[in-house]
Design a protein around this ligand. Structure first.
Ligand code: SF4
Length: 453
């Protein structure tokens, strides 16, 4: 029998990508074959994002593209945008941020009702999840962690492992707690089991990911360093050589957290410490629970504990009411901290959040100019940090061989590197390199041949 074809597209964060990988594995085990999104498939699954208005627009665009690719296919909208918005105009099935584990059964049910042959061994009658293509708002807030099973990675050399879902913080601009619900932690056994399986499959670097990973175990009263205890267990798994952490909330980096990080020989010295604004008055309006003084103190402790740690962050420009003075304060604070990489976001009003009804919106031209200024600073800071890596010996994971004959990879501090290909080098190896020259995008390295791992 001809196999049914499933195509996947993911928008948004690493957590979404992880979930799509897990679903892909489920579908392949159920007898589907995965095909590219641009080809003709029987089922298209789009894991949507709603973090900005633009992300929502692109999500719908991909759903419509799927319909054009094969008008008779089943089009499925998954994830945050589908959780909060009616997508019945462009999808046959909508599953929000919970219930993704049921989507295979829903598709098999719909195939059956359409008279198409489903992969027989796995068809088990009527699906019991949501089958209408409407939003599923509210369903996630009381849900338990939904285990989707291990993710199936196609070619990555770095593996993401989801440890939790949801967020309890309700920052004024953020729709995530509405879309993903409250914190639910994955079982430690399942996380460690997946890490061990990844190590057996040859993955040497894992990234702990989630919506708010420092909330791992929070629903059971665990402190923020619980995720570091998890990283300790992971470090004991043979084959795992490097552990990275996803985005961190500043106040979670308690002295105990930093101490556990310092003691873990496999934890890489890269901390993505969410800032959002370097102005205290804007931080207060954003409902962020720290001030720049506290943030500065945490960065100081990290720098005492690690030699030149990579410090990356997210910053929003144009939050409602942001004055020129506040914007300049934000720029100045970012300059003072000396971030090694800055992700700049233009404020995007999300319906249902506190910020959506705040007065004094910042005009698009001003947002644009402030974004350009923040991006220029980001480039300057990155170039300065990269240049300080010249002459340092670094261990890098070779992640991708480019057509121009250079490997791409990252230093432990998350500096992107380029290394000329040479005999004996291949993707997935961890090698020692030395930085030779740099710009704001890359550190160009050499000398790997002498010290292959
Ligand atoms: S901490 Fe704030 S910004 Fe981050 S997901 Fe939670 S609500 Fe959103």
């Amino acid at each position: 029998m001809t196999k049914l074809r499933a195509a996947f597209h993911t928008l948004g964060c690493k957590t979404n990508h992880y979930e799509t990988d897990a679903l892909c594995r489920q579908f392949c085990q159920a007898g589907f074959i995965q095909v590219s999104f641009d080809s003709e498939a029987d089922v298209y699954l789009v894991n949507t994002c709603t973090v900005t208005g633009e992300a929502g627009r692109k999500s719908r665009q991909m759903l419509r593209r799927a319909r054009r690719n094969n008008p008779s296919a089943i089009v499925v909208a998954l994830g945050c945008h589908a959780e909060l918005h009616d997508v019945s105009d462009c999808a046959d099935i909508a599953v929000g941020t919970n219930g993704k584990g049921q989507v295979l059964r829903q598709i098999l049910d719909l195939l059956h009702r359409r008279g198409l042959p489903a992969p027989a061994d796995h068809f088990s009658g009527q699906a019991d999840g949501t089958t209408g293509a409407t939003g599923t708002a509210g369903a996630t807030s009381l849900a338990a962690y939904e285990e989707l099973g291990p993710a199936d990675r196609q070619s990555e050399t770095r593996a993401y492992i989801k440890v939790e879902d949801g967020c309890n913080s309700f920052c004024a601009y953020c729709v995530i707690p509405f879309a993903r619900g409250r914190v639910r932690s994955r079982s430690c056994e399942n996380i460690i089991e997946e890490a061990a399986a990844l190590a057996s499959a040859g993955y040497r670097e894992v990234v702990l990911t989630g919506i708010h990973i420092c909330s791992y175990g929070a629903e059971y009263g665990l402190p923020s360093h619980a995720v570091m205890e998890l990283a300790q267990e992971m470090a004991a798994i043979p084959g795992i050589e490097r552990i990275r952490l996803g985005s961190l909330e500043p106040l979670s980096l308690t002295p105990r957290f930093i101490e556990l990080a310092r003691q873990n020989p496999k934890l890489l010295p890269h901390f993505h410490l969410s800032l959002q604004s370097g102005s205290d008055t804007v931080l207060a309006r954003m409902n962020r629970r720290y001030q720049t003084r506290e943030y500065r103190g945490i960065v100081g402790r990290l720098r005492q504990s690690f030699d030149q740690p990579g410090l990356t962050t997210d910053v929003i420009v144009g939050f409602p009411g942001e004055t020129e003075t506040e914007h300049q304060a934000s720029l100045e604070f970012c300059r003072e901290i000396g971030f090694t990489r800055l992700h700049v976001f233009r404020f995007s009003s999300r319906s249902g959040t506190a910020a959506a009804s705040m007065p004094d919106p910042v005009g698009p031209q001003t947002i644009n100019r402030r974004s350009q200024e923040m991006l220029a600073l980001a480039g300057h800071l990155a170039a300065a940090f990269h240049s300080r890596q010249i002459g340092r010996s670094q261990r890098v994971l070779l992640e991708k061989l480019r057509p121009d004959g250079y490997f791409e990879g990252y230093t432990p501090e998350y500096v992107p590197i380029l290394l000329p290909a040479s005999p004996g080098l291949s993707e997935g190896q961890i090698v020692s390199v030395t930085g030779l020259r740099s710009d704001e995008n890359f550190l160009v390295c050499g000398n790997a041949n002498a010290s292959l791992s």
